[in-house]
Design a protein around this ligand. Structure first.
Ligand SMILES: C[S@@+](CC[C@H](N)C(=O)[O-])C[C@H]1O[C@@H](n2cnc3c(N)ncnc32)[C@H](O)[C@@H]1O
Length: 237
């Protein structure tokens, strides 16, 4: 059930989202990871009413702003879910349906001891491939050169993807962070990959995270802070 306009309420973080529009195979789907306040995705939703758009974002305030924007613009095809991206891709989305997934300016976690928090890695690529339609595309952009090369290497080592030219985006399709970075004259690195068919497709193995890290109802994210665990609940900020 949808709640609060565009916001999709997560009933169980290990089951498909309760939003029939996302499973309507007659309508294409585009997903943005870390959509922030939705500048990019609500813009696309306004331009293409024939497609469904889903933002995935873990910060409550940003999800709220996305939803207000969608309501103000009268967009019935723009949805947002407040949940960790890896869980969302692993458990909550329809199989091989997204024609595009956007990851723009993901947190680069520059310190070595934080690299494990980075989104891109084998677990995300497995889940991403399963959610993209065959021939669907991942569009990626970042201001962080080192992370850009890490992501390039990640895809280069995965035969289920081939590199393609990234989409061209004008200033009206820049994200909020991108507008800021470009305004400061920072370089933006962009790339895209297309998913390919494989001969013997396997189901996704259960998400191999530590038991204390497993998704549970009401918990949007768990993260270790030194010896402490910090939990974000669906109703927390
Ligand atoms: C640097 S901001 C960029 C926001 C937006 N893409 C833009 O370019 O303006 C990264 C965003 O991704 C969200 N985020 C980071 N990691 C996430 C994850 N694992 N799951 C969901 N959202 C995430 C953050 O809360 C934040 O809003």
């Amino acid at each position: 059930m949808e709640a609060e306009g565009a916001i999709i309420k997560v009933v169980d973080p290990c089951r498909p989202l309760e939003c029939p529009a996302l499973y309507d195979m007659s309508r294409p789907l585009e997903v943005e990871v870390g959509c922030g306040r939705g500048r990019f995705l609500t813009g696309r939703a306004a331009k293409d009413p024939s497609c469904e758009f889903l933002g995935v974002e873990r910060m409550k305030e940003r999800v709220g702003v996305f939803a207000s924007k969608a309501r103000r613009l009268g967009l019935s095809n723009a949805h947002v879910v407040r949940l960790e991206a890896l869980y969302t891709f692993h458990y909550l989305l329809p199989e091989h349906h997204a024609r595009r997934v956007y990851v723009f300016f993901p947190d680069p976690w520059p310190k070595r001891r934080h690299h494990s928090h980075r989104l891109f890695g084998p677990l995300f690529l497995n889940a991403l491939w399963k959610r993209l339609e065959i021939g669907g595309r991942l569009e990626f952009a970042t201001d962080h050169e080192e992370y850009f090369h890490v992501v390039e290497e990640c895809f280069a080592g995965d035969a289920r993807f081939r590199r393609v030219a990234p989409m061209e985006r004008g200033p009206d399709e820049w994200t909020e962070f991108e507008t800021l970075f470009r305004g400061q004259g920072l370089p933006v690195h962009a790339a895209a990959w297309q998913s390919l068919a494989v001969e013997d497709e396997k189901p996704l193995a259960p998400l191999s995270v530590a038991p204390e890290d497993e998704p549970r109802e009401g918990v949007v994210r768990r993260e270790s802070r030194g010896k402490e665990w910090r939990e974000e609940h669906a109703d927390s900020d």
